[in-house]
Structures are given as structure tokens and as C-alpha cells.
Design a protein around this ligand. Structure first.
Ligand code: ADP
Length: 174
């Protein structure tokens, strides 16, 4: 059985988590990995349906994602998670239960994410239509020691993907 692992993407909305994880999927499959993506937006429409964005609900959402990713990982799957996961303590809680945890900090300045405004959420947050939006009126706690950092303002998607793949090779996962 292939060695499973969790590739945990964290970063502001619009930083590039979904884009990079989706671009990685075929690359990992080509290397023989079984792959699942637990995307924050998708999870919130099923596994975490009904949860809001209070700290408690966010923590529950992230713990659920971590729990499922852990089940996948221990069964040989490359489990990618792409949720903002703004709180360091919860990410570290998952790192503590998962022996094969690779954290990818996806980062671009807030104004860059805001200008991209992929889902139109920053405009709504600025207009006060969404309360407690990460980066606007809710904190984002950057990882202190991530395995990988993707600077998506400077790097192309391809460069970010290459960076992740070479780290996974170096760590012996692929
Ligand atoms: P998130 O999942 O973090 O909310 P998305 O992946 O949905 O972010 O959106 C990121 C946006 O930034 C996309 O429009 C993508 O094309 C763009 N982008 C520009 N450069 C990069 C890069 N190096 N990596 C990822 N996305 C990038």
C-alpha cells in the first residue's frame, strides 16, 4: 500500500489553496497516489452543513476535516485539505494526531487576495454583509513552521505545484 499523508493547505481566502490542490491532483495520480481533496467550500455544503463562522463552528469544521483526512491518510490516500483553517491551535491539534502531516502555507498579501476576490466574499465582508471574515474582522494565524510556503503573488501555479512535489519527494512520500 502507498504511504498516505495529509497535505494541509492553509491561507487566506483567495490565496490559492483550491487552485494549487486541484493542479496537484493529476500530478500525484500520475505518480501512483490515490488522492482525495477535502475542499473547505465543498465540505461546508455537506459534512459541515449548518455550521457558521463563529470560532466554535470553525473549530468543529476543521476538526471534522482533520478527522476524515486522517482516516484517508492511514488507508494510503494522499489527502489534501483546502480550507482557510485560520487558527494555529487546531491545525497543530491535527498535526499531533497525524504522523504524516505536511503543512502548506499559501500566502499572498491581503490586498492581493482581496483584489482577486474569487468568490466576491471580500466585497461582502467590506460592505458588512459578512461578519467575522478572516483577514478583515477575524484573525488569520500563520503557521510558525510549515513544511512548505507558496508565495502566490510571485510564483506561478506551476511553480507552487513544483515546490510541493519536490518537498513530498524529499520527505519520501512520493
Ligand atoms: P483559495 O482556495 O485559497 O480561496 P483560490 O484557489 O480559489 O483560493 O483562488 C486563488 C486565485 O489566485 C485564483 O484565481 C488563481 O488563479 C490565482 N493565482 C495566481 N497565482 C497563483 C498561484 N501561484 N497559486 C495559486 N493561485 C494563484
Amino acid at each position: 500500500m502507498e504511504k498516505g499523508f495529509i497535505l494541509w493547505f492553509t491561507g487566506l481566502s483567495g490565496s490559492g489553496k483550491t487552485t494549487i490542490s486541484q493542479a496537484l491532483e493529476p500530478e500525484l495520480k500520475a505518480k501512483g497516489c490515490k488522492v482525495e481533496i477535502l475542499d473547505g467550500d465543498v465540505v461546508r455544503t455537506n459534512l459541515s452543513k449548518g455550521l457558521g463562522f463563529s470560532q466554535e463552528d470553525r473549530d468543529t469544521n476543521i476538526r471534522r476535516i482533520g478527522f476524515v483526512a486522517h482516516l484517508l491518510s492511514r488507508n494510503g490516500v494522499a489527502a489534501m485539505t483546502a480550507a482557510i483553517s485560520p487558527y494555529r491551535a487546531i491545525r497543530d491539534e491535527i498535526r499531533a494526531i497525524e504522523p504524516n502531516f505536511v503543512e502548506v502555507y499559501v500566502t499572498a498579501p491581503l490586498e492581493v487576495c482581496e483584489n482577486r476576490d474569487v468568490k466576491g466574499l471580500y466585497a461582502k465582508a467590506r460592505a458588512g454583509e459578512i461578519k467575522g471574515f478572516t483577514g478583515i474582522d477575524d484573525p488569520y494565524e500563520a503557521p510558525l513552521n510549515p513544511e512548505i510556503i507558496c508565495y502566490t503573488e510571485q510564483e506561478s501555479v506551476e511553480e507552487s505545484v513544483k515546490k510541493v512535489l519536490s518537498k513530498l519527494e524529499q520527505l519520501g512520500y512520493i
